[in-house]
Structure formats: structure tokens, C-alpha cells
Design a protein around this ligand. Structure first.
Ligand SMILES: [Fe+2]
Ligand SMILES: [Fe+2]
Length: 330
């Protein structure tokens, strides 16, 4: 079979996934489908976003940039007391900062995917798909950066120590790929959840709506690939690696979900928001529920992959990314 030739599609329910061979068959079939979809429906950052249309223009006082209700920053007295135009400016800054952190995350991801592709042997089915994903993440990165530049906002991304630590994540793609794809899900799952909430809001600026729709469409494939990868990988790695993954997952998701759904310290500083009020809002029942909801799909995957061990379950609850009582998975 050539590198680009897709194996025939199989219905996963007809395959015995309790064996390595069965899981590999499902993986190959899903990857082939995702590769085909990447050709059938993909977007270009410059031709598929009508940046110069009058309705797409960005004005910092546009009320359609205001924060969505679930945002902890929106729940503070400080934000509620701001005039409308100032609320819009804070909201725009929040979106632009999210896009900056988003493209930095995607940059780490692209480097990891390329490293993984580099070390693949011939004919492995994921070679082609890894490149589809790198191309799409590059388009997202350019799309996010274009938005930031048109917003006129000066935004900061990840703190310096996290930027330095990102090299370790990239290396993980080669030496511990299962863990690398958990990292991928740790970023993509919460962002997916928050962008869906954003699109449900009443009046969203059309440029933000267009960017988020494009992003959600392509991210659905990335999430699907990462989940299939983890499901195939976990049963074939040594027990000690499975233990590491099971215990590492809740810590990783606890940190990454907060990074993706809560406002960063640099943003709070830039807009002059009182940190104590925001941190209090992050401990509200609404915010706790947001963390639990944003990780629902990941918990399901982790359980299906056999990584929701009793010790891991305790950690998922401790990290605040699973319901405090009752079942961990819906
Ligand atoms: Fe992306
Ligand atoms: Fe992605």
C-alpha cells in the first residue's frame, strides 16, 4: 500500500477491539476517513475569512465583543461596573489573548506532529494525516494572528517558563506519543467546549463567529485523531507507562483546562482587573461546573482507554475536573 492510499472504511462495531489487530484496523480506517475529509473540507486563513468586508471590521467598543456569561472575569463586580464600551474592550482583549495562547499551543503541537512524522517508518497510515493536521494548525495560527493584529491589542501569550518547557512536550511526541496526544486533548477539548459556548451567545461579532466556526470544524478531526491514537496506544505500552499516563492525565488536564478557560494573569494585569475578585469567581459553582463540563469528553476517553483507575479517579476529583461525587463519567 502506498503512503497516500487509504485502507477501506470499516464499521468499528464490526471489529473486535479487544485485540491489537482489531484496534489497529479501526485506527487505520478512522485515519483514512479523516484524511479524506481534510481534502474535502478545509479552510484557508486568507481566502475563507472575508477580512476586509465592512461588517468584519474590528472596533474595540463594539458590544459584540463583550465577555460571555460563563467567563469568571464576567462574574466579577469589577467587570459588571464597567461602562459598556470598556466591557467590550476587555472582551476583545480576552478574545485576542485567547487566540495568542491558542496559536502558541498550536505551534507546540505542530512541532510535535512533525517530529513524530519524521520518525515514522514507511506506510504507516498516520503519516499523511499528521501533515493534514500540521497544515490546518498553521492556517489557524495565521488566522488567529491576523485577528490579533486587526484588534490593535498588545497581548501576551504563555509565561516565559512555559515557553521554555514546551520543548519537553515536543520531545514527548517522539518518546511518549500517547502522553503527547493527551497533551493535545488537554488543550483542544476545553477550547472546543468554550468556543461552542461562545457561538451559543446571542450576539457574537461576525469575524469571531467565522473564525470559531472554521476552527471547530477542523478541530473535530484533530480531536478524533488524538482519541483514536490514545485508544490504540494505551493497550500496547508497558504497564509502568500506563500507570504514568493514568496519574499524569488528571494533573495535565487540571492545569491545561484552567489555562484554556480561565483568564491569564497577564491579561488581568493589562486590563487592570482585581486578581482577588477573579480568583474568587474561579472558585464559584459556575466556574467549577465549567471545568467539569469542559473535560467531560476527555474523561470518557480516559475511561474507555482504561486509564480511569481508582487512584486516577481521586486525582481527577482533586483537580476539580470531575464531579466531586457520583460517577466520574456520564
Ligand atoms: Fe487549531
Ligand atoms: Fe487542532
Amino acid at each position: 500500500m502506498s503512503l497516500t492510499e487509504a485502507p477501506s472504511t470499516v464499521a468499528p462495531e464490526t471489529v473486535d477491539v479487544s485485540t491489537d489487530e482489531g484496534r489497529d484496523t479501526v485506527f487505520r480506517s478512522v485515519v483514512a476517513r479523516l484524511s479524506r475529509q481534510s481534502v474535502d473540507k478545509h479552510f484557508d486563513a486568507y481566502t475563507d475569512v472575508p477580512w476586509d468586508d465592512p461588517e468584519m471590521q474590528v472596533r474595540a467598543d463594539d458590544p459584540r465583543f463583550r465577555l460571555i456569561d460563563v467567563d469568571p472575569l464576567a462574574q466579577t463586580d469589577w467587570y459588571r461596573s464597567l461602562p459598556d464600551a470598556e466591557q467590550a474592550r476587555v472582551g476583545l482583549m480576552r478574545i485576542a489573548t485567547g487566540m495568542r495562547i491558542g496559536w502558541e499551543f498550536e505551534n507546540v503541537l505542530q512541532r510535535g506532529l512533525l517530529l513524530q512524522a519524521f520518525w515514522l517508518t514507511d506506510c504507516e497510515p498516520e503519516f499523511r494525516y499528521l501533515h493534514h493536521e500540521v497544515i490546518e494548525e498553521s492556517q489557524h495560527t495565521m488566522m488567529f494572528n491576523e485577528f490579533i493584529s486587526r484588534s490593535g491589542m498588545k497581548v501576551k501569550g504563555l509565561p516565559f517558563p512555559r515557553k521554555v518547557a514546551s520543548a519537553n512536550v515536543v520531545r514527548m511526541a517522539r518518546h511518549f506519543p500517547g502522553l503527547f496526544f493527551l497533551f493535545v486533548l488537554g488543550g483542544e477539548d476545553p477550547v472546543d467546549h468554550v468556543q461552542r459556548l461562545h457561538l451559543q451567545a446571542d450576539d457574537v461579532h461576525p469575524l469571531v463567529r467565522t473564525i470559531m466556526r472554521i476552527h471547530l470544524t477542523e478541530e473535530a478531526r484533530h480531536l478524533s485523531f488524538a482519541r483514536q491514537y490514545v485508544k490504540r496506544e494505551v493497550p500496547r505500552i508497558p504497564r509502568w507507562r500506563r500507570t504514568v499516563m493514568a496519574l499524569y492525565a488528571p494533573v495535565l488536564f487540571g492545569l491545561m483546562t484552567r489555562m484554556m478557560v480561565f483568564p491569564s494573569r497577564s491579561l488581568l494585569k493589562s486590563v487592570g482587573a482585581p486578581v482577588d475578585q477573579v480568583r474568587r469567581a474561579e472558585r464559584s459553582d459556575e466556574s467549577k461546573q465549567l471545568l467539569v463540563d469542559a473535560t467531560a469528553k476527555t474523561r470518557k476517553l480516559v475511561a474507555e482507554a482504561g486509564l480511569m483507575t481508582p487512584a486516577a479517579t481521586v486525582l481527577w476529583r482533586r483537580m476539580g475536573i470531575a464531579p466531586a461525587t457520583g460517577p466520574v463519567v456520564d
